[in-house]
Ligand binder design. Structure first.
Ligand code: SF4
Length: 303
């Protein structure tokens, strides 16, 4: 994995944030592109939000990218650009919680902090054939931690969960801790951990307008108050601009967390000129602004 080559606190941080909710194979090309463009904290701190978001396009959970930028700026402002190596400073950075702080401290600084993610708690649940609260699993992670090699230990544990003790069909025959596994002994691997209660799917209907003039397309910054894709650039929703609505150009369906979004894109023509938070963007530059994978599905093709 590229973040294991020449490891540094910065590279560990970027990889750990990217790996949240995302698989290793998917993250690798994103990580490589990101590190090429922003090789260190200072280069990231000086970036524009759009640049960071466009490198994040397709990874989802875009608040992670915004928090990386805010945290890099804070490290430059408050820590002279040097990555902090203590828990309290790390946890005060945007987007860094107990898990990320533990991962950075143990992997990059060899400090004895545990980690707990979905992979680790699944291993613990099966090893003990119990369902416990996250707080109890944190306690187990703390108790088991190899204090002489905390980085290796944590990475091994996470990887065991990701590659061997998988959610479906755990590979118990090759598992290095099968000798101690209560779930294997009782053949109850698939009962642990107890399935999460899924949130009900919420249906959302969005009607967008495609308004093009002289090779430029009108975009709308969705702002802080929008429930989904907050502060993202997107096509204007109907009702946000005074426009004539023309023919239906495209329909698409897209999931964001537990929201199923049905999208209709209509041709539009302005009845009244617009100002911020709208802007005209050359068609060729749309990928820089429209970073959510929603837009890949619903942008009309160029004529
Ligand atoms: S023996 Fe099987 S269920 Fe138990 S920890 Fe290993 S892979 Fe998971």
């Amino acid at each position: 994995m590229p973040w294991r080559q020449s490891p540094s606190p910065y590279r560990t941080w970027i990889s750990e944030i990217m790996l949240q909710q995302t698989t290793v194979a998917f993250v690798i090309p994103y990580f490589e592109r990101f590190i090429k463009k922003f090789p260190d904290v200072r280069s990231l701190a000086g970036a524009k939000e759009e640049e960071v978001l466009s490198l994040w396009a397709g990874l989802g959970y875009y608040s992670r990218a915004r928090n990386l930028l805010l945290a890099a700026q804070k490290i430059v402002r408050h820590h002279r650009g040097i990555f902090p190596d203590d828990f309290d400073s790390l946890i005060s950075l945007p987007g860094i919680g107990r898990y990320s702080a533990g991962a950075i401290l143990s992997i990059a600084f060899q400090k004895p902090y545990p980690v707990l993610d979905g992979n680790v708690s699944r291993v613990f649940s099966r090893l003990t054939a119990q369902n416990k609260t996250p707080e109890e699993w944190w306690k187990m992670a703390e108790d088991l931690l190899d204090r002489d090699h905390p980085g290796d230990w944590n990475q091994a544990l996470m990887e065991l969960g990701a590659t061997v003790c998988a959610p479906e069909n755990p590979r118990c025959k090759i598992c290095p801790v099968s000798f101690a596994c209560a779930a294997l002994k009782t053949k109850t691997q698939n009962l642990f951990p107890a399935p999460k209660i899924r949130k009900n799917i919420v249906k959302v209907n969005w009607n967008f307008l495609w308004i093009e003039r002289n090779g430029k397309v009108l975009l709308w910054n969705r702002g802080e108050k929008e429930k989904l894709l907050k502060r993202h650039w997107g096509l204007p929703e109907m009702g946000k601009v005074h426009a004539r609505v023309g023919s239906l150009l495209k329909t698409a369906s897209h999931m964001i967390t537990h929201h199923q979004i049905n999208v209709q894109v209509y041709q539009g023509s302005l009845k009244k000129e617009v100002s911020a938070p709208m802007k005209w963007v050359p068609r060729s530059e749309l990928p820089k602004f429209l970073v959510s994978s929603l837009w890949k599905k619903c942008l009309p093709k160029a004529n």
